[in-house]
Write a protein that binds this ligand. Sequence first.
Ligand code: FAD
Length: 426
Amino acid sequence: MRLVVVGGVAAGLSAASRARRIDPSLEIVVLEKGERISYGACGLPYLIEGQAKSIEQLTVYKPEFFERERDIRIRTRAEVTAIHHGRREVVLADGDRVKYDRLVWAAGARPRKPPEYKDNPRAFVLHTDRDAERLQAFLNEKRPQTAMVIGGGYIGLEMAGVLRARGLRVTLCQDTTDLLNREDAFLTGALLQHLHRCGIEVRMNTRAPSEPGTDLVLCAAGLQPNTAIPAEAGIEIGRTGAIRTNERTETNLSGVFAAGDCAETAHIVSGRPVWVPLGTTANKMGRVAGANAAGRRERFPGIAGTSIVRIGGLGVALTGFSELQARREGFSPAVARIHGPDKPKYFFGHGVQVELVADRSSRRLVGGCIVGEEGVLGRINVIATALAGRLSVEDFGNVDLGYAPPYATAMDPLLVAAQQLLRLLD
Ligand code: FAD
């Protein structure tokens, strides 16, 4: 029995490793078109910033590790160009064919580079190790003074902060009225103020000019899932544009699974299909795909879209839906927003902003957002846990959160926001 995994990063290697743990007799082959495997793309901005010193520091495991320790065969520079499911084989760019009994498609997504910047030698994307090396070399050799960042999603915002920290004059262009794709005017307003304080010029609702007149252009204009090859093979693509999977990460072709940035999954709050390409999802979904490809029947429950990003020292974390998104999903939302200290003054507390969204009819929490300098991850994870547990606002407001002055206030800002939300619901 042979399992073939296409894609050698988060989802693919999680799948391969899990399958090996479950079935020591399985033959496992990972096909990766690039030269490196198992590196954390999430660390690339920090490589450009200087926090990480080399791509090697972002690399979790080398191919030899998988071969030696896990008996998983890794083939790099092995690009799959077709799936012939009838013959249970994939075709590689060099003409080689690899037979499979089970297949996990974990080929990720690719960045959209607006066509007008395609041949511009000063225009970059940041998606792979090679992209980071090219951008780093340009920054070090050409010493650009000015940069335009196209796109106000998390990579655009993160990179605007990083380039600013490297001393460039940065302009960020976003073609809608919204930052971080959250459709939250309040959050966008807070971010705009912060970006202004960081010295980053922002042009909202503006298409980036085709000749921006800056030394460097960074395109962070969104992603597209890598679905062309599976679609050609008859694998169904969902409404989100990514590969349709069921809760066992199966596609419509028997024995073929999909996970990570190329696949959609269910939203745990609405139950509807969503596509939120994130590393944390890729790892968890890949594990389930690997388990099921090895014969188990495990369930991937879906995601709340929990994410966190640091922009010029400020942490911004999201989970579930914003008020507007919740309304569009058919909820009847109520929203509480508070701004309070995250610690007592004598522990140099900072301000933290908490937004909680609840559904009026079920009184369930459906989303939240935290903005602050510290404690952002812990608080968003509490809200994400509440979403997973389908907690009501009452139950959330009674959670026994910890307190000591070095870490929090006696009444955590989360609980203060929950009290405010309860008043709105009553
Ligand atoms: P990928 O990591 O894209 O891996 C897919 C692999 O498949 C690639 O190596 C590709 O070369 C290979 N492949 C594609 N097509 C073929 C083919 N035809 N044949 C063979 N191989 C193929 N996520 C977070 O959760 N938190 C963060 O802070 C965060 N920060 C990020 C910052 C940046 C700059 C970037 C780019 C991403 C960030 N992410 C973050 C997202 C995260 O990196 C991705 O969600 C994650 O890497 C997805 O894993 P994956 O295995 O699905 O896809």
